[in-house]
Every structure is written in C-alpha cells, then in structure tokens.
Design a protein around this ligand. Structure first.
Ligand code: ZZB
Length: 258
C-alpha cells in the first residue's frame, strides 16, 4: 500500500500529553501527528484527527527538532524508507497513550478547518498505516459514523461537543451526492461505528464512486476528475512539506481488497 502520510503540527497539547512529554523534547521542537491516507484529494475536508484511545504511540525523532507521533510499527517501517534522517532503528523520545492525546489541537494542511482536535476512534487498527487517521466525514463513511457518535455522547468520550461538530463541507461531486459518506450511511441504515459490516460495504462504494465518477468541487483542481486530481494534490502536499510518501508491505489481514 502506498500511503500519503500527512503532517499535522501540534499547536497545543492536551494536558495529559503535555505531562507525558515534559522535558523529553528539545525546546522549540515541532511535533506532528502523521495520519496515513489513501485519499489525499479529500484533505480539504478534514474535521478532526483520530487516534485509538487504547493504543500506544511513540514520539519519534525524524530529524533535528522534528518529531512524529505514530505507532512503533510505523516508526520501524519508516526507519527503512529513509523518512527519518537516520536509517535503521527509530529514536523514540517519549511514549503516549492514545487517550492522553484526546483534545490536542493540530494544524490540518489544506483543510477548510485550519485547526482541528484529536478525537478517539475505537476502530483504529494498530496494524495499519500509522495508527493515526485523519477524519473526512464528507467522503469516509467510517469517519462520518464516528463523528456522529462522538457528537451524540461527548461526555462519555471525554470531549467537548463542538470538537466533533465542525461543518462538513462538500469536497467531491459524484452522480449520487456531493456528500457521499453521509448519503451512504443513511441509505445503508448505519447507526453506529460498530456496524462494521455495512460500513465496509459503504467504504467500498464510496471509494469506487469517488475515484471513478468523482469531480473535485474545491481547491486548485476544482472541476477536474478525482482520478486526475488525486496525484496532483498529493504532489502539492509533498512539495509544500506537508506530507511524505509512506508505504507498507501488503498484508492479507489488513488490505482493503482482502
Ligand atoms: C482519509 C480518508 C478520506 C480516508 C476518505 C478514506 C476515505 P483501507 O481503505 O482500509 O486500506 N485508515 C488509515 N489507517 C487506519 C488505521 N490504522 N485504522 C483504521 N483506519 C485507518 O484504509 C485506508 C483508509 O483507512 C485511510 O484513508 C484512512 O482513512 C483509514 F474520504 O484517510 B483515509 C471511502 C474511504 N474514504
């Protein structure tokens, strides 16, 4: 799988995360949460960044004064892809529990919402990508189901309701809708992030329709087909230093096509 790993710069740490990294990073270092995505063209629609609350993350040194928050598994992969200044064994500055990160404020490159919060997603897999997921509820049914659930029970999830209620802006027009994910979630009667079977079906439909029939509604490539715009948005993100290529070995268990 060839992912695009995005760099979401930490603006303000949640109190527990601040505590956990205290004294462990050089003064003035930049720290980024790095979600891996297959849909760089949807980055205009980011509304939050998900972590698995029960997963463990590390703060890894990428280069002088630059650190990435990702799973250890992802750090090991990156260390072999010349993503870090030093190849081989990744250098870890601190450990962070996913739950400690909830509420952290990050910058979201390209998004209409310049600053978004880190929120919990129970279905984040430790075995895929970086364990960090950027949330685009306009085009990802899983993301739409999760932000809907979070906004319903903010106290239960230990968040502020408004963190889960950022406006969902249409990014891609398809023959059925310009908000394909909410459309499919309603159509397939998906009530919660736990409806995993229907969500898998919705995801497949959203991928296919978005990729083959989608047209960009926003951004520098508005009016262009998604198929054409996707690599252009990716290049732009990488050129601006907001993202980097990250690949991981194809695994039967975690692959989308199975
Ligand atoms: C933004 C985005 C926007 C995504 C969209 C999808 C969609 P896949 O398809 O199963 O191979 N993802 C990445 N890492 C994880 C993880 N560790 N646990 C759970 N989900 C993860 O997975 C690739 C997509 O799954 C990634 O692309 C990411 O969400 C999420 F409009 O990033 B995506 C129809 C999907 N649309």
């Amino acid at each position: 799988q060839e992912y695009t790993a995005l760099k979401l710069k930490v603006i303000e740490w949640a109190p527990k995360a601040a505590e956990a990294i205290k004294g462990k990073l050089p003064e003035g270092a930049s720290v980024y949460l790095c979600p891996a995505t297959l849909r760089p063209e949807t980055m205009y629609g980011q509304v939050c960044c998900f972590v698995g609350p029960s997963l463990t993350y590390g703060v890894y040194k990428a280069r002088e004064n630059e650190y990435f928050v990702i799973t250890e598994r992802a750090a090991r992969n990156m260390a072999f892809q010349s993503i870090f200044e030093k190849d081989g064994i990744p250098e870890k500055a601190a450990d962070l529990q996913g739950s400690d990160l909830i509420g952290t404020l990050v910058n979201a490159p390209l998004s209409f919402h310049r600053e978004v919060r880190v929120l919990p997603m129970e279905t984040v897999l430790a075995t895929k990508g970086t364990g960090v997921v950027t949330s685009v509820p306009s085009d990802s049914p899983d993301d739409y189901a999760t932000v809907t659930e979070l906004a319903k029970k903010p106290d239960y999830y230990g968040i502020k309701k408004e963190w889960a209620e950022l406006e969902i802006i249409p990014i891609i027009q398809t023959p059925t809708s310009d908000l394909i994910a909410p459309y499919l979630v309603k159509k397939l009667k998906i009530n919660s992030p736990k409806d995993t079977k229907q969500l898998a079906e919705a995801k497949e439909l959203a991928y296919k329709e978005g990729y083959y029939q989608g047209v960009m509604k926003v951004g520098d490539f508005a009016g262009e087909k998604v198929e054409v715009a996707k690599p252009k948005v990716r290049e732009q993100l990488i050129k601006n230093g907001d993202a980097f290529p990250y690949s991981e070995p194809e695994s039967k268990v975690v692959s989308r096509s199975g």
